[in-house]
Design a protein around this ligand. Structure first.
Ligand code: THU
Length: 143
């Protein structure tokens, strides 16, 4: 969707859903808690939080949790995601900018020019946060 098509009410709604999802974060190692709210084209919203692991690398970010929940339920078309994060004891979090791995997961399912990433005070396209991204279209076979 275009930035102007995501109105202030939708933005605030997604941010507040992400804030609620953040309370579910399992982050005993970093104590940095993140919440995400992923808006699907069908209007449903999938939430996610970060889920850490004692072995560290199996940690899943909030954004990927939301994407994997949606895809595992048959939903693959998305308009926007809101992400909030901060140290556990900071109740009003600032924006958590998605890590590179999460940007790549977004690239798998979203049109980079159309998918919107809602940070606390700005809305950006996936292309703006992942220029020259490699995605499924790069693997299309051409003659
Ligand atoms: N994290 C997220 O969940 N999303 C982000 O956008 C940035 C980082 C998590 C991973 C880890 O559990 C913690 O935040 C600190 O990096």
């Amino acid at each position: 969707m275009r930035k102007e098509d995501l109105d202030e009410i939708q933005i605030n709604n997604l941010i507040s859903i992400a804030q609620k999802a953040r309370t579910m974060a399992y982050a005993p190692y970093s104590n940095y808690t993140v919440g995400a709210a992923l808006l699907a084209k069908n209007g449903s919203v999938f939430t996610g939080c970060n889920i850490e692991n004692a072995a560290y690398s199996p940690t899943n970010c909030a954004e990927r949790t939301a994407f994997f929940k949606a895809v595992s339920e048959g939903v693959r078309e998305f308009d926007a995601i809101a992400v909030v994060g901060g140290p556990r004891d900071v109740e009003i979090p600032t924006a958590a900018t998605p890590c590179g791995v999460c940007r790549q997961v977004m690239m798998e399912f979203c049109d980079p020019e159309e998918f919107l990433v809602v940070l606390s005070d700005e809305v950006m396209t996936l292309k703006e946060i992942l220029p020259l991204g490699f995605g499924p279209s790069n693997l299309e076979i051409r003659d």
